[in-house]
Ligand binder design. Structure first.
Ligand code: NI
Ligand code: MN
Length: 232
């Protein structure tokens, strides 16, 4: 059984009986966080891109668990320079079999520069979406992205059991574009994320659910409050 727990904003923990991985663990400073970094027991930390609301506590969590940070090469290198002891760089289109399952990075249309405390900007490579294959299930985490046509290719190539899609607009897809994304990806279950954390990304997940139901009734929408899970 695969269990995905929404930990607030874009942070998702995916677990099987034997393994757990966390994606985009922004917990410290996240008003919606449903966990503390020190509480997470994981086999890997996957980061979609180098913005603070995704990179978050990744380095601390990885080091505490003695596990790798997984992401694009530039981002993993950056994390290692910042103190991460283990990293496994991938790149867009690449995948690798880890002990917990397979991770594949796919495109995301976004930015990925980290703004240091002194205001300098470090480029951390291309942003990515994540396909996670564990225990025979496929989970897609879109990262931060706008709508793009190749989501159809991702949906054609992979039978997605569960998709996490941003709906908050401003930095990412809004509700209507996320409905289009759902049509292209055709997951069995879709969970909205990346909304409501800050005023600029307010969005009503019930409106998303209604519109998905009207457009693609075969897809189930699960609205998860931070801390809630869906089992596959
Ligand atoms: Ni971002
Ligand atoms: Mn973001």
């Amino acid at each position: 059984m695969v269990k995905a727990t929404f930990l607030g904003h874009a942070c998702v923990m995916v677990s099987t009986d034997a393994h757990s991985v966390v994606i985009d663990p922004f917990l410290t400073g996240n008003p919606k966080a449903a966990a503390k970094p020190e509480d997470l027991k994981v086999d890997a930390v996957i980061v979609t891109h180098g913005h603070g609301d995704h990179l978050g506590d990744a380095i601390e969590i990885a080091n505490r668990n003695n596990c790798p940070i997984i992401g694009v090469y530039e981002l993993v290198t950056y994390c290692q320079r910042k103190g991460a002891k283990q990293g496994h760089p991938l790149h867009i289109g690449g995948s690798y079999n880890f002990p917990f399952g397979r991770v594949k990075l796919v495109p995301a249309w976004h930015g990925s520069a980290f703004v240091e405390e002194d205001g300098s900007i470090v480029y951390t490579g291309n942003p990515a979406g994540v396909l996670l294959f564990m225990d025979g299930k496929t989970v897609y985490h879109a990262g931060d992205t706008g709508l793009f046509g190749d989501m159809k290719l991702i949906g054609d190539r992979h039978s997605i059991d569960l998709a996490f899609l941003p709906i908050g607009g401003n930095f990412t897809m809004d509700i209507d574009d996320a409905v289009e994304a759902t049509k292209l990806l055709r997951p069995k279950i879709v969970v909205p994320m990346h909304y409501g954390t800050f005023p600029v990304i307010e969005a009503d997940p019930a409106e998303f659910a209604q519109k998905v139901q009207a457009a693609v009734p075969e897809v189930t929408v699960k609205i998860l409050q931070p801390g809630e899970s869906v089992s596959l």
